[in-house]
Design a protein around this ligand. Sequence first.
Ligand SMILES: [Zn+2]
Length: 410
Amino acid sequence: MRDTELYEALLGIKSPWRVTKVVLNPSAGRVDVWIEDQPGTKWDCPECRQKASTYDHSEERIWRHLDTCQYGTYIHARMPRVKCADHGVRQVSVPWAEAGSRFTLLFENKMIDVLKECDVTGANRLTRMTWSEAWNIIEKAVARGTRRKEKRVPEYLGVDEKSFAKRHSYETLVCDLRKGTVEYVLDENSQASLEGYYSQFTKEELAKVKAIAMDMWDPYIAATRNFVPDAEAKIVFDRFHVTKQVTEALDKVRRREHKQLMKSGEEWLKNTKHLWLMNEERIPDWRREEFDEVRKMKLKTSRAWAIKEALRPFWDYSYPKNAEKYFKRWYFWAAHSRLDPMIGAAKTLKSHLPNILTYFKHRITNSIVEGLNSKIQTVKQMACGFRNREHYRKAILFHCGGLDLYAKTV
Ligand SMILES: [Zn+2]
């Protein structure tokens, strides 16, 4: 087999294209492959698909391809232009690359795999690409995936805010809870931004939404009520956010009490923060004795902790009615605890109770979104490369969007 035939087979090059020359340059670490078209070939006009003959050829162009063993491999070709009777002179597309790309389709697809596994800097080190080349592949892949994506609203939605870059700057992730993918990244966590998402769909489409998990965040609630039919029965406040209200209240009680105790030199609560916050059964054995001892001291913190723990069985109920009954007992206790932060948290929960109880019907949470967090964290750590929010948004869709990113090869 001649080298040109070998490369025709490796590249999957078919008539009217053929490999005419292969040059191996070991000291430069590269293989260069020249491809030419057969003279007299009739091409499809890219506009109308009518057959047309070659008009001329462009200047030689070079595409990077997958490596041949340890050698970088580059394809050279002059692209034919046709003269169509209706459309004039047009550039013919080549089967190995997308228009305007400096990489072959197979190389781009390989890069997508590499970029999914590591950050842009790591991918650059592994593949000798520049940052902007790698970024360009991400952008094209996301554009491809977004184009192919069916426009529909997921049946089970998760709406979650994430802080972006600096504090006090947020974006909203809209997730498909069934697929575990990020559907959309919205600027801000405002009512208008979520309404912007909903407004892409008709009322009939939005009526198909079965449930939406979200934080107890008024702008999200208002946007959903404005757009989603029967929103009252569909909004489910995320149980982890609900629980967080109570754990934060507990922590406030602990901080205040610790300050008080320290004034008289009592260090009972020192270094105990995480013991109070974790679920009781997760307290490590080596700290259990110390924890039990502090707990017996009838501190305010112990009382707040008991209230926090008492909310946990609430989530185990099967029937909303029973759960509601349990909640009311819990609320009575919390509201009479004489612990201001706890009373505040209990009131917040009570005022949102109808859409906390919807959990027992739909059983959804945003835990999938939380699960995506580690990926999103990685995306954020790459943030030095993200010069703007748009880059960040695309990186999230690249890693978490569940999109079909790959270029179709023939
Ligand atoms: Zn034409």
